[in-house]
Design a protein around this ligand. Structure first.
Ligand code: GFB
Length: 319
């Protein structure tokens, strides 16, 4: 294991604004930051709508965070991305532009922007390294979201170049974990299959519906590992290049469905619906850069899935 990169930014005594604190990533960040000697700031959508520039500027002027983690975003699974393109591009562009501009205006010392692995070209060589950004066409189903996330990375680079701001960005591979979105119309594959498997077991159904061919390859990162990586980067990274965060392990959607079926204790056949899109054929990040700085993911998929299912059982009692 490489030696940990040197501490560049201490969080001690700092006010850190976690945007998107109500979401799965934001909640994991609050859990992780509770171990640091810092003050965490949060704001509800009622207090500040991040899509409104005047709201964001007024809130930042008043609260003056030292650091900002930009985890707020309009997100969703493959179908939500494909069917709500305007929301995915507009909301995310507006949120990023407003928060980054206000962070510069209020002299924020450090900002971390959260991108997404879908920024890389559909046919990028696998595993996808940071330098494959903008080398080819995007996957069609989530190009709207990807363009917004690429713009966020470019905003950080531009403010660093023109104004010398210490704004960095990172992109995780597909995430899952407690407080994920379990709504079948907008969720990602892990919560969708956990819920569907749970319901199939409860109703004694002989099959489990799985979208697409099952051949698409994916890599999954447990959200508490992501939060740990983000805090690590906040403290130890200060460069324009966006940093990949993954586990280095991939599996097919079929294998994922089989793992979930076992985790839930369901006895059913998988029923693939090829009328639904597969999306990108393969998404595996090259996470060498962060590994060389001394950070690696800790939670094995089986353990992360078990904890996520536990959370689901606890919070969807009628489910
Ligand atoms: O997780 P998911 O929606 O995101 O889908 P993407 C991953 C794969 O799982 C696709 C299949 O091949 C789906 O067809 N799948 C199988 C299912 N059953 C289901 C199901 O019941 N629900 C869902 N949702 N998928 C998203 C992007 O792409 O990844 C976002 O659209 C974002 O922009 C996110 O980047 C991380 O990996 O295909």
């Amino acid at each position: 294991m490489p030696q940990e990169a040197e501490l560049l930014y201490s969080l001690k005594g700092k006010k850190i604004w976690v945007t998107g604190h109500g979401g799965m990533v934001g909640k994991a960040l609050l859990r992780r930051l509770a171990n640091e000697d810092c003050e965490v700031l949060t704001a509800t959508r009622g207090e500040v709508d991040l899509r409104r520039q005047a709201d964001v500027e007024a809130w930042m002027e008043k609260n003056r965070p030292h650091a900002v983690i930009l985890a707020a975003a309009t997100v969703g699974g493959i179908l939500a991305n494909d069917s709500r393109p305007a929301e995915f591009i507009y909301d995310n562009l507006a949120i990023e532009a407003n928060v980054i501009q206000a962070a510069w205006k209020t002299d924020v010392e450090k900002l971390l922007f959260l991108g997404s692995a879908c920024i890389y070209p559909k046919m990028a060589p696998q595993p996808m390294a940071e330098d494959s950004l903008l080398t080819g066409p995007l996957e069609e189903t989530n190009q709207w979201y990807a363009i917004a996330k690429i713009a966020g990375i470019k905003l950080c680079q531009a403010y660093r170049k023109q104004y010398g701001c210490d704004f960095i960005s990172a992109q995780p591979i597909n995430l899952y974990g407690p407080a994920d979105n379990f709504d079948l119309a907008s969720s990602h594959v892990v919560p969708a299959l956990l819920r569907k498997a749970h319901e199939a077991k409860k109703n004694g159904e002989p099959t489990l519906p799985v979208w697409g061919s099952g051949k698409a390859m994916r890599e999954f990162l447990y959200v508490d590992d992501l939060a740990d990586a983000l805090v690590f980067l906040l403290q130890r990274y200060s460069d324009p290049l966006q940093v990949n965060i993954g586990t280095g392990e991939e599996l097919s959607i079929r294998e994922l469905a089989e793992t979930i079926v076992r985790a839930v204790g369901l006895k059913a056949e998988l029923d693939f619906d090829t009328g639904k899109p597969d999306g990108a054929p393969r998404k595996l990040l090259d996470s060498t850069l962060i590994a060389e700085m001394g950070w690696t993911a800790k939670t094995p998929l089986a353990e992360g899935l078990a904890r996520t299912y536990e959370w689901f059982l606890e919070h969807h009692k009628s489910g």
